[in-house]
Design a protein around this ligand. Structure first.
Ligand SMILES: Cc1ncc(C[n+]2csc(CCOP(=O)(O)OP(=O)(O)O)c2C)c(N)n1
Length: 346
């Protein structure tokens, strides 16, 4: 099992130093608000699951800084984004709403991701250029390389961002996707949310190298290790990767070190494999707490504003739950939609 003394980037338990000076105070507050909304939405999904009102959930908790910081660097509706199942903070930053996500959670007909046909957290939105999550892990990586090739062939002004966990980097899809993107100098940003666990399998049983970042050397692209508990550091790394992608410099691999603050999913019991002290250490460097303290020390956030933002997020989640629960389920006669060709009308 992973040692809690393993050297990592995300080991600090004090407020985050600023890497980025590019963001205004109101943008910093937006980052915090979106991280907070992601957390509250996610916690609600767990409690609804435990109440028997939702079949399944899988968590963004601990990943919010990496998700919001990276997605903020992207251009919504312009860049093509392949999220993975933890990416609540990514899709909210790009413009999906708590209602959109709760419609998916309750598998309602109006769910923009799949019309209630997929598992929760299989995000997708054509309007936001968010490509549907693939359930077989890592398959989004060669898909993203393909999207990068299409952008290059068409001469479009866009890049691709693809998200995945470190467990995906021991899959052949990872190798093929990065190799292809590098050979063709495609405008793709590979973003690994590296939490050190692939369900119950620790990082050292997934790979023979110590970091995901060093894998990049084998493909001839930069491998950027970044503290994924710092949204500003991840923002800066993603901005640089985007500039490189859009200027013909080719792909970048970002290795954002994060912590998973929950079991793998609502169907998992991590006490069976994760040392209690590993989780305890992770909780002490919760990215939401670190960023809150950072904003408080800079006098950008005070107790009153924090309470207001929290209340606003809770109200948005209350609204989303009520709205989605009251929404109709998919009609049974549409069961085969998107599976078999439907008869032409009339
Ligand atoms: C091809 C395939 N094999 C196995 C699974 C089951 N599975 C779902 S998530 C997961 C772990 C992925 O770990 P990682 O990529 O590190 O992401 P994390 O969940 O830690 O964020 C596995 C093995 C799957 N969905 N697809």
């Amino acid at each position: 099992m992973r040692s809690t003394t393993e050297p990592r980037l995300g080991t600090k338990t004090s407020p985050t130093p600023v890497a980025s000076s590019r963001l205004s105070q109101s943008q910093l507050l937006d980052v915090y608000s979106t991280m907070l909304l992601s957390r509250i939405l996610d916690e609600r999904a767990w409690s609804l699951n435990r109440q028997g009102r939702g079949s399944f959930t899988i968590s963004c908790q601990g990943h919010e800084a990496a998700q919001v910081g990276s997605a903020l660097a992207l251009r919504p509706g312009q860049d093509v984004v392949f999220p993975y199942y933890r990416d609540v903070g990514v899709v909210l930053t790009l413009g999906m709403t708590p209602r959109d996500l709760m419609l998916g959670f309750f598998a309602r007909a109006a769910d923009p991701s799949s019309g209630g046909r997929q598992m929760p957290n299989h995000f997708g939105s054509a309007a936001h250029k968010i490509v549907s999550v693939s359930s077989p892990v890592a398959t989004q990586i060669p898909q993203a390389a393909g999207a990068g090739l299409a952008i290059k062939v068409r001469g479009e002004s866009a890049a691709v961002a693809v998200y995945f966990g470190e467990g995906c980097t021991s899959s052949g899809h990872f190798h093929e996707g990065l190799n292809f993107a590098s050979v063709h100098r495609l405008p793709v940003i590979f973003i690994c949310e590296n939490n050190g666990w692939a369900i119950s399998v620790p990082r050292e049983k997934q790979m023979g190298v110590a970091t995901v970042a060093e894998r990049a050397a084998a493909y001839g692209m930069p491998g950027v290790a970044v503290d994924g508990s710092d949204p500003l550091a991840v923002y800066d790394a993603t901005i640089q990767a985007l500039e490189r992608a859009c200027s013909g410099g080719g792909p970048t691999l970002i290795d954002a070190r994060v912590d998973r603050l929950t079991p793998h999913s609502s169907d998992d019991d991590d006490r069976r494999y994760r040392p209690a002290e590993d989780l305890e250490l992770a909780r002490r460097r919760d990215p939401l707490d670190l960023f809150r303290r950072f904003l408080q020390e800079r006098r950008i956030l005070d107790r009153q504003l924090d309470d207001d933002l929290r209340q606003r997020a809770v109200a948005a989640v209350d609204d989303a739950v009520a709205f989605a629960e009251a929404s109709p389920e998919p009609a049974p006669e549409t069961l085969c939609r998107h599976v078999y060709r439907e008869k032409a009308e009339g």
